[in-house]
Design a protein around this ligand. Structure first.
Ligand SMILES: Cc1ncc(COP(=O)(O)O)c(C=O)c1O
Length: 449
């Protein structure tokens, strides 16, 4: 597969042109990558009006993902999520309907900033059986009952979630389509799912719109992402998707990231499915082996190992610290879980290093403490958007009871909300804040708004 953006930039860098254009480094190395860092000069195309090399590269990506259209972002899934939600709201407006989105609660915080920007208030699907705010399984019966009421225009899921759980997207998509409802999927963690055999990518399971962070699970530079339109997305969206991205994007997209997306196309086309198939097999046998040694694992995503180490005698944070002492840096940990992200790009000795590090951690007395229940969400007192324009103050958790949360969300990293702006904090949610190590939060001043 060709790489038109990389080719253009390589040729330009060889021409030794006098760069009387941005960026200010003029190609002179400071970090070392400046020579290849361009702006939208003649021939370099323009991300949001692409009709040259960027368009050609995006068409390559469209073929690879088998989508109706795949567009690039150099500003992450965060950017694509805003664009997806804009398109979903615009679709409702075009049909003369009120935009009503039903979202599984474990959204990334960008969903909340989009709610503020686009002025919508989501209806939440609360986690039911989960023990972590990072996951939210979908009860199909409840979902169907909810869709039967006829007012929902879009359903929004995060799959895979941060802990490596995947939703049954095929069933959810079938249900959404039966009721004429759009399915939007935050697939930030699952770009590689397209290259499993068979594909388990959200688009192939029926999602109408989805976004992938190319940088999370494919070998792209940080910030590289795709906005995909599926075959079932309304046809008008193909025309509007660029416009949707440009609404929220910088006018100076990074050409380093664009080249990275372009180069990833060739990487994916060049036997990645085969590489992935054999890597996933190795990962599965590794997971079985460490499970047999007493390390409890959760999740069903092939490139994540999510340890639940309390049964082994450690909190997730303690376990991550033990690994870190041995030079192994995890993606994420919290009181309950330690998340490791795998990739065929890791060095061949990664398995050995990880196994040796796990073996060096002694088993201890199991920890039985569980997180407070999350199944009852705090009540919404004020729309997200309105809350952001109110005066706020920082108070201790003891002072926060019955107050209205003023910050966009309260989360421990990653950016998944325990509570969202405009919710009235109660004892149950404050117990969750405390469990995850929060000691204070921002609330509306008494006289707000
Ligand atoms: C589930 C989820 N969605 C979206 C995002 C945002 O992705 P990006 O960092 O590519 O903007 C993240 C980032 O961690 C995420 O975990």
């Amino acid at each position: 597969m060709n790489t038109p953006i990389c080719e253009f930039v390589r040729r330009y860098s060889e021409e030794n042109a006098l760069r009387l254009h941005m960026p200010g480094h003029k190609g002179t190395p400071l970090l070392g990558t400046e020579l290849y860092d361009l702006t939208e000069i003649e021939g370099a195309d323009s991300l949001y009006e692409a009709n040259g090399i960027i368009r050609e590269s995006e068409e390559n990506a469209t073929r690879l993902f088998g989508s109706a259209s795949t567009l690039y972002s150099t500003e992450g899934s965060s950017h694509c999520i805003r664009a997806m939600l804009y398109l979903a709201k615009a679709d409702a407006v075009r049909q003369g309907k009120a935009f009503h989105i039903l979202a599984a609660r474990n959204v990334h915080k960008t969903f909340l900033s989009a709610a503020a920007l686009l002025d919508f208030q989501p209806e939440w699907i609360a986690p039911s059986k989960e023990t972590s705010y990072l996951s939210c399984s979908i009860d199909m019966e409840h979902l169907e009952q909810r869709l039967q009421r006829g007012d929902v225009t879009a359903v929004y899921l995060t799959s895979p979630d941060y802990l490596g759980n995947r939703a049954d997207l095929a069933s959810v998509a079938a249900l959404c389509h039966r009721y004429g409802v759009l399915l939007l999927v935050d697939n930030a963690h699952g770009a590689y799912l397209k290259f499993l055999t068979p594909s388990e990518h959200p688009l192939d399971l029926g999602a109408d719109l989805c976004c992938d962070s190319a940088h999370k699970t494919l070998p792209a530079l940080t910030g590289a992402a795709y906005l995909h339109l599926g075959a079932t997305a309304p046809a008008w969206m193909a025309e509007e998707a660029k416009c949707a991205l440009s609404l929220f994007g910088s006018t100076s997209p990074s050409y380093l990231i664009l080249q990275s997306l372009d180069a990833v196309n060739a990487y994916l086309a060049n036997g990645f499915s085969e590489t992935l198939a054999s890597y996933v097999q190795t990962a599965e046998s590794f997971a079985k082996r460490i499970c047999a040694r007493g390390f409890p694992l959760i999740g069903n995503e092939p490139l994540k190992i999510t340890l639940a180490p309390k049964a082994f005698g450690y909190t997730g944070n303690e376990f991550a610290a033990r690994l870190s002492e041995q030079g192994i840096v995890c993606e994420f940990s919290d009181p309950d879980f330690t998340v490791l992200m795998l990739s065929p790009s890791l060095p061949a000795n990664a398995w050995e290093r990880l196994e040796a590090a796990l073996d060096a951690i002694p088993r201890r007395t199991p920890i039985h403490a569980t997180p407070p229940s999350l199944s009852t969400l705090p009540a919404c007192a004020l729309p997200i958007r309105d809350t952001l324009f109110c005066k706020r103050e920082t108070v201790s958790l003891e002072q926060a009871n019955e107050r209205i949360l003023a910050s966009l969300h309260v989360a421990c990293p990653p950016a998944v909300p325990l509570a969202v702006a405009g919710e009235r904090l109660d004892e149950a949610i404050l117990a969750c804040f405390a469990y995850y190590g929060k000691t204070s939060c921002d609330v509306l001043c008494d006289n707000a708004p």
